[in-house]
Design a protein around this ligand. Structure first.
Ligand SMILES: Cc1cc2nc3c(=O)[nH]c(=O)nc-3n(C[C@H](O)[C@H](O)[C@H](O)COP(=O)(O)O)c2cc1C
Length: 177
């Protein structure tokens, strides 16, 4: 866990199916409130769907950037070229949905590292699936139900090495003995 880092430059190489399956399986063993297993992991290796999601995510990123007074980037791929997107959704009717989904995402990232894959947590899934386009995409993928977007874990092989983790902040851990 100390060596896992976010990757922001992926090669085109598609990870082996067994590795993707192992990472997803690890996600399903995350703790969930009341053991309800509220999340759903959508493992996307289809290029067209991956690119569509990337465009939706980029649009949200650009809109937020403009709102904050920044400069939009029309060419951005928020998935950094990763060939696999593990989209985590969670049942909106479960009170711990967001927490459950984040627990799954953390398992996915750590599991990816343990099988030698590079990964990164990518935000803005909430906004993606609040939109009409997002709801339409789920319908097309045959995903029925009342789901909220939690976030994405993008996966692949690193195109370049990542720097070591920054030192941990002082007093991150407070003991009460
Ligand atoms: C809730 C959350 C949202 C994140 N969203 C993004 C994102 O949209 N894009 C990105 O490049 N990294 C994203 N990250 C990754 C963090 O930037 C990264 O974990 C942090 O900089 C620490 O680096 P490390 O993962 O290499 O330790 C996100 C992480 C979390 C936990």
């Amino acid at each position: 866990m100390k060596a896992r880092r976010s990757c922001r430059a992926f090669s085109d190489r598609m990870p082996e199916r067994e590795l993707i399956e192992a990472v997803c399986e690890a996600g399903t063993y995350a703790p969930t409130g009341h053991g309800k297993q509220s999340p759903l992991i959508v493992a996307i290796t289809n290029r067209e769907v991956r690119d569509r999601l990337s465009r939706m995510n980029a649009q949200i990123w650009n809109d937020l950037t403009v709102k904050r007074g920044g400069t939009p980037n029309p060419d951005i791929d928020p998935f950094y070229g990763a060939p696999v997107v593990l989209l985590v959704l969670a049942d909106a009717d479960v009170v711990t949905a967001e927490y459950d989904g984040c627990a799954v995402l953390t398992n996915l990232l750590n599991a990816a590292h343990s099988v030698g894959l590079a990964s990164c947590w990518i935000h803005r899934a909430k906004e993606e699936f609040e939109s009409e386009e997002g709801r339409q995409l789920l319908k097309e993928l045959g995903i029925d139900g009342h789901y909220i977007g939690i976030d994405h874990c993008v996966l692949g092989y690193a195109a370049k090495e990542t720097a070591p983790a920054l030192p941990r902040k002082k007093d991150y851990i407070r003991w009460v003995r």
